[in-house]
Write a protein that binds this ligand. Structure first.
Ligand code: NAP
Length: 265
């Protein structure tokens, strides 16, 4: 499970654990179990209110800090410079870490000048709060603006991406700007289960619909962060590096996407 993608020195594992909606002991247990199974990338956010639990799971796993890639995010109500800095520093404190590997602007907020937020984001990198910085839910126009305003390389754009949502333009814009792409809600919040196309392709490879879906993205060097609290699904979602989809299968899955297939953003 060591497959990674790189941008400006950030080596990001292609499979990570999403933690939205996980809290308390069950969150800590899930993070610990995921790390024991080989996950090396955990996605959290100040807004999820589970950073303490994620940190607890990380420590309980016994895996060395520098072997795990931790992403967190600053919520859209904290995008003024002073709020941003406080939120980022609180995140690191709650996780009980010295720094996070990746800090993202969670969601744009048009009532705060992007220059101010990007300035604060870059300061967090310079101050050592985050090793790398990036954005989330940024469309092509915002990506272009953010890159112009940034004094530090932006290494990642985390966006809603699953087989039913066509994000071709945002993926292209992110890559043009030198950023890696992370697919959030990559299995469409569980809706891929029962999909006829994914099931048929899965049958050929001895894989489930979720595995075919996740493979489809990692095969394009897109990072996936599926969330589950079930141990058997933690294993299932990570077992995607021992098979390959054919070009024809990739094309068939691509045809499932539509411009208005979003379910979150
Ligand atoms: N940046 C952003 O704005 C943003 C927005 C949304 C999400 N995210 C991040 O992305 C992560 C993933 O997205 P998500 O949680 O929205 O959706 P998701 O990962 O696409 O789907 C999670 C749902 O699918 C179920 N599931 C997991 N594995 C499965 C499998 N193998 N077969 C069938 N069902 C399965 C889970 O149920 P069980 O738990 O019962 O298995 C859960 O209900 C989040 O946790 C969060 O870290 C970021």
């Amino acid at each position: 499970m060591a497959e990674t993608v790189e941008s400006h020195g950030a080596r990001i594992p292609l499979i990570g654990l999403g933690t939205w909606d996980l809290r308390g002991k069950s969150c800590a247990r899930t993070v610990e179990e995921a790390l024991r199974l080989g996950y090396r990338h955990i996605d959290t956010a100040a807004m999820y209110r589970n950073e303490e639990d994620v940190g607890e799971g990380l420590r309980a796993s016994g895996i060395k800090r520098d072997e795990v890639f931790i992403t967190t995010k600053v919520w859209s109500s904290d995008l003024r410079a002073r709020d941003f800095e406080r939120s980022a520093r609180d995140s690191v404190k709650n996780l009980k870490l010295d720094s996070v590997d990746l800090l993202l602007i969670h969601w744009p907020n048009s009532s705060v000048p992007l220059k101010e937020t990007v300035g604060a984001l870059c300061k967090m990198k310079r101050d050592g709060v985050a090793r790398h910085v990036g954005v989330s839910n940024f469309n092509p126009a915002l990506i272009e603006e953010a890159v112009k305003l940034s004094t530090e390389p932006l290494v990642n754009n985390q966006i809603e991406l699953h087989p039913y949502f066509d994000q071709t333009k945002t993926i292209a814009a992110s890559r043009k700007a030198g950023m890696t792409v992370t697919a959030y809600s990559p299995i469409a919040r569980g809706r891929v289960k029962g999909d006829a196309v994914l099931a048929r392709i899965g049958k050929v490879h001895g894989k489930t619909e979720a595995q075919v879906c996740l493979r489809y993205f990692v095969q394009q060097d897109i990072i996936v962060i599926p969330k589950t609290s079930r141990p058997e699904r933690l294993k299932e979602n990570a077992a995607i590096f021992d098979f390959a989809l054919t070009p024809a299968e990739m094309k068939e899955i691509a045809a499932l996407a539509s411009p208005h297939g979003n379910i979150v953003s």
